[in-house]
Design a protein around this ligand. Structure first.
Ligand SMILES: Nc1nc2c(ncn2[C@@H]2O[C@H](COP(=O)(O)OP(=O)(O)OP(=O)(O)O)[C@@H](O)[C@H]2O)c(=O)[nH]1
Ligand SMILES: [Mg+2]
Length: 728
C-alpha cells in the first residue's frame, strides 16, 4: 500500500469509533451495469488506488479469474474516507457480483450493510436482477439510493436527444420508486428517490463523472452541459469538474443512514428475539458497551491466518482474546485478531466497536449466517438464499492419493460458499457438487483443479429433481420389523400457499406455536392440521392427527427422523421431496420402550411413507429458469427458435427501437450450453441473463425415462418402484 494508503488507515482507525460518521453500504445491480468500475472511482477518489487506473484496474475484482473474465465472482469489502461538509466519514463498502450464479454473495452482503447504491445501466434500464437485488435490500430494511450509469452510452452510442435522455432517466427512477412503494408502503415517503433532494445521481463510471441536483447547484454543471461535453468528447474535462466519487459519496453520506439510525429499523427485521431484552436494546441502539452480537456474512480461508470470519458487529466491542459463543452450536472460540478491510488488505486494530464491518480470526467452527456473541442469545434470522443449488457435477480425484486433500478442499469450499452443496454418492463413491449454475460449478472445479492443484475428473452437469405427489393416498400401514408397532399415514399435496410461505421463510418451526398456527391457517391449511404440525423439512410438512395414543410423544423424535429420511431421498429416484403433506392418522405402539426403539420405528415410518408416496400419483419436479434475451429485431426468429428447441415457453416479447427483448421460461436441464448456442445463433449480438424460477412438474411423457435415467446414474435397480417394494 502506498503512503497515501497508510494515512488512510490512520484516518479510518479514528472514524471507526464514531458510528455517526460511518456508512456501511453495498453496491448492487444487474450483471455488467458497472458496479466494480464505480467502486474503482470511489477508491481512487479516496486515494486508495491511483486516479489513472480507476475504471481499468477493477480493484475489487481481486481474484485472477474475475480479471480474466471481466466479471465479479466474490463480494469484496473495502473501506475509505470521504469528506462531506467539513467532516470526515468512514465508508465501508461491499462490491457485489451481478451474475445470478453468485447471487448468494449479494444476499450475504446485504445483511452486513445499512444502505445500498443501486446501479442501473442507462441503456439497458431496470433488468430482472436489478429487481431481485433491490427487493432483497428492501426486505432487509436496507435503504437504497440510485446511480444511473453509462449515461455516456445514451448520448454517444444511442444518440438520443436531450429530451429523450431525460425521459429515459425518468423512467428508470419511476421504476425503482414503484418497487420501493410496493415493498415498503410505510417507508415510501421517507425512502422515495427524489432527484431534487439528491438521492439519485447520473453519470459514467468508466469516464469518471457524475451529476446530481445538489452537485449542479455547486458546480453549475447540469444535463445540458453534460450532453455537450459528451458529444464534444470532452468527458475528461467533465470528470475534473464533476468527479463521480464526489457526487456519489456525497449522496451516500447524505441519504444513507449511519448505523445508529439504521440498526433501530434493521434489528426488528433481521432478529426475532425480544427487542426489550438487554441484547435487543443494545443492538437497536448500536451500543459499544453492550455484549457482543455479530452476524457472520463471509468466511475465507487465509493460508497464514487460517479462517477469517467477516461480519457485521451490531453490539458491543470486539477485542483480541475475547471468547465468543457460536450461538446454537454449543461451540466457542477465542478471537485472535481483529481487523478492518482496506482494499484486499485486512488491517489489524486493537478493538472495534458496534456498527462496523469487521474481520476476525480464531473462530474455527463458524459458518456463514451464524451469530457470534459473548452471551447466549436468540440467533439472527438465517440468511436465506433465493436461488437453490439445482445443477450438479460429480467429481473424482484422478489419483487416489489426492482423495484426503480433495475432501478437505471440498469442505473448505462449502464453508466459504453456503450456496454450494456437497454430498457423497454412496453408490458410486463420487463427490457431488451442486451449485447455482454452470458458471458457478466451473469456477468451483477450476479452483480445485488449478488453484489447489488437485487433478479431478468432472462429469457433465446434470440437474437435481424433486419428488412430489399429485393425489392423496392412505391410510397406509407401516409395520416395524418386530411387528409390534404400526403407523398409519396419509400423504397429499401441500397447499401451494403454505409451500410458498415455507420457501419464503415466513413459516418455520422456530415460530411460536400460536403464530405458526395462525399463519398456516391464513395460507389455507385447515385448523386441525395446522394445530398438529410437528415438523417442517425441505418444504414438506409432518402432521400428527392422532389423539391420546399412549407413548406416541416419546416416539415422535423417531417418527420425525423417518419422515426426514424419506423427504431427503424419495422413493422414485432418491431425489429430495418437495411440497408433500404427511399426516400420521393412527399408531399402535408396544408398551415396552425396548420394543419401540429406532431400529423398529424408523423402518416402519420409512416403509409406509415410501409406499404412500408411490400410491399418491408421484411426479418429478424439475428446476426452471426464466431467460431474458435482448437482441437486434432482425434476429428475433433465431432467438425464439433457440428457446423453443429447449422446451422453452415464450412469455413476452418487447420491442424497443431496433432491439427486441424476449422473456422466456425453460427447464434448467435444457439450458446447458446455451451460452455458446445463443452466441452462434445471433453472431454474438444477444445479451442475456437468467433467473431461477422454482420447480415445475416434468411433462408426463418424460416421466418414465427421466426416473430411469436418474436411477441408472445412481446405480439403482432399473425398474419403476412399486408400493409393494416397501410394504407387504
Ligand atoms: N460506456 C461505459 N461503459 C461502462 C461504464 N461503466 C462500466 N462500463 C463497462 O461495463 C463493463 C462492466 O463493468 P463492471 O464494472 O465490471 O460491471 P459490474 O457491474 O461490476 O459487473 P459484474 O460484477 O460482473 O456484475 C465493463 O466493460 C466496463 O468498462 C460507463 O459508465 N460507460
Ligand atoms: Mg463487478
Amino acid at each position: 500500500m502506498a503512503t497515501r494508503g497508510k494515512k488512510v488507515v490512520e484516518r479510518i482507525k479514528v472514524l471507526m469509533d464514531k458510528p455517526e460518521r460511518i456508512r456501511n453500504i453495498g453496491i448492487i445491480a444487474h450483471i455488467d451495469h458497472g458496479k466494480t468500475t464505480l467502486t474503482d472511482n470511489l477508491l481512487a477518489g479516496a486515494g486508495i488506488i491511483s486516479k489513472e487506473l480507476a475504471g481499468e484496474q477493477l480493484f475489487t475484482d481481486f481474484y485472477y479469474l474475475e480479471q480474466q473474465r471481466g466479471i465479479t465472482i466474490f463480494s469484496a469489502n473495502v473501506s475509505m474516507v470521504h469528506e462531506f461538509e467539513g467532516n470526515e466519514y468512514l465508508i465501508n463498502l461491499i462490491d457485489t457480483p451481478g451474475h445470478v450464479d453468485f447471487g448468494g454473495g449479494v444476499t450475504r452482503a446485504l445483511r452486513a450493510v445499512d444502505g445500498a447504491i443501486v446501479v442501473v445501466d442507462a441503456v439497458e434500464g431496470i433488468m430482472p436482477q436489478t429487481e431481485t437485488v433491490l427487493r432483497q435490500a428492501l426486505r432487509e430494511n436496507v435503504k437504497p439510493v440510485l446511480f444511473i450509469n453509462k449515461v455516456d452510452r445514451l448520448i454517444n452510442e444511442l444518440k438520443v436527444d436531450k429530451k429523450e435522455m431525460q425521459a429515459r432517466l425518468a423512467r428508470i427512477i419511476d421504476g425503482v420508486n414503484r418497487m420501493i412503494k410496493s415493498m415498503k408502503p410505510n417507508k415510501y415517503e421517507e425512502w422515495r428517490l427524489d432527484v431534487a433532494e439528491g438521492s439519485v445521481a447520473f453519470g459514467s463510471a468508466l469516464y469518471k463523472w457524475a451529476i446530481s441536483v445538489p452537485s449542479m447547484q455547486k458546480t453549475g454543471i447540469g444535463f445540458n452541459e453534460v450532453y455537450d461535453y459528451c458529444t464534444r468528447n470532452e468527458m475528461d474535462k467533465l470528470a475534473e469538474q464533476s468527479p463521480a466519487h464526489e457526487v456519489v459519496l456525497d449522496m451516500v453520506v447524505k441519504h444513507l443512514p449511519n448505523p445508529l439510525d439504521a440498526q433501530k429499523i434493521r434489528i426488528p427485521v433481521i432478529w426475532r428475539g425480544d427487542i426489550g431484552s438487554d441484547i435487543g436494546r443494545s443492538m437497536a441502539k448500536c451500543d459499544r458497551d453492550g455484549e457482543v452480537a455479530m452476524i457472520v456474512t463471509g468466511i475465507t480461508v487465509d493460508p497464514h491466518a487460517g479462517e477469517v470470519v467477516t461480519g457485521r458487529l451490531f453490539s458491543g466491542t470486539l477485542r483480541k482474546g475475547m471468547e465468543l459463543n457460536i450461538v446454537g452450536k454449543h461451540r466457542k472460540g477465542r478471537v485472535q485478531q481483529v481487523s478492518v478491510y482496506i482494499g484486499e488488505h485486512r488491517v489489524e486494530v486493537n478493538e472495534i466497536c458496534a456498527g462496523n464491518i469487521v474481520a476476525i480470526t480464531g473462530i474455527k467452527d463458524a459458518a456463514v449466517g451464524d451469530t457470534l456473541s459473548t452471551v447466549d442469545m436468540t440467533p439472527f434470522e438465517s440468511i436465506r438464499h433465493y436461488s437453490e443449488p439445482v445443477v450438479t457435477v460429480a467429481v473424482e480425484a484422478k489419483s487416489m492419493k489426492d482423495l484426503p486433500r480433495l475432501i478437505e478442499v471440498l469442505r473448505k469450499i462449502a464453508k466459504e460458499d453456503p450456496t454450494i452443496r456437497i454430498e457423497l454418492n454412496e453408490e458410486t463413491g463420487e463427490h457431488l457438487i451442486s451449485g447455482m449454475g454452470e458458471l458457478h460449478l466451473e469456477i468451483v472445479t477450476h479452483r480445485i483443479n488449478v488453484d489447489e492443484n488437485i487433478p479431478i475428473i468432472v462429469s457433465p452437469p446434470i440437474v437435481v429433481y424433486r419428488e412430489t405427489v399429485q393425489g392423496t393416498a392412505g391410510p397406509v400401514e407401516g409395520k416395524s420389523p418386530n411387528r409390534h408397532n404400526r403407523f398409519y399415514f396419509v400423504v397429499e399435496p401441500l397447499e401451494p400457499e403454505v409451500l410458498e410461505k415455507i420457501k419464503e421463510g415466513s413459516i418455520t418451526m422456530d415460530l411460536d406455536d400460536k403464530v405458526r398456527r395462525r399463519l398456516l391457517e391464513g395460507a389455507g391449511m385447515n385448523k386441525d392440521e395446522a394445530r398438529g404440525v410437528v415438523d417442517i423439512y425441505e418444504g414438506n410438512v409432518l402432521i400428527d392427527m392422532t389423539k391420546g395414543i399412549q407413548f406416541l410423544n416419546e416416539t415422535m423424535e423417531l417418527i420425525i427422523e423417518g419422515f426426514r429420511d424419506v423427504m431427503s431421498k424419495g422413493p422414485l429416484a432418491r431425489e429430495r421431496c418437495l411440497g408433500i403433506k404427511v399426516k400420521l392418522v393412527d399408531a399402535k405402539l408396544h408398551e415396552d420402550a425396548i420394543h419401540r426403539g429406532p431400529a423398529q420405528v424408523i423402518p416402519a415410518v420409512r416403509a409406509a411413507l415410501n409406499a404412500a408416496i408411490l400410491m399418491a400419483k408421484p411426479i418429478l419436479l424439475e428446476p426452471m429458469q426464466e431467460v431474458f434475451i435482448t437482441a437486434p429485431q432482425s434476429l428475433l426468429g433465431n432467438v425464439t427458435r433457440e428457446m423453443q428447441g429447449r422446451r422453452g415457453q415464450i412469455l413476452d416479447i418487447n420491442m424497443e427501437g431496433d432491439m427486441v427483448t424476449v422473456k422466456a421460461k425453460a427447464p434448467v436441464a435444457e439450458m446447458f450450453g446455451f451460452a455458446g448456442d445463443i452466441r452462434s445463433a445471433t453472431e454474438g449480438r444477444a445479451l442475456w441473463s437468467t433467473e431461477f424460477a422454482g420447480f415445475e412438474p416434468i411433462p408426463q411423457a418424460l416421466f418414465h425415462d427421466t426416473v430411469m435415467k436418474i436411477r441408472k446414474r445412481k446405480g439403482l435397480k432399473l425398474e419403476m418402484p412399486q408400493p409393494s417394494d416397501f410394504i407387504s
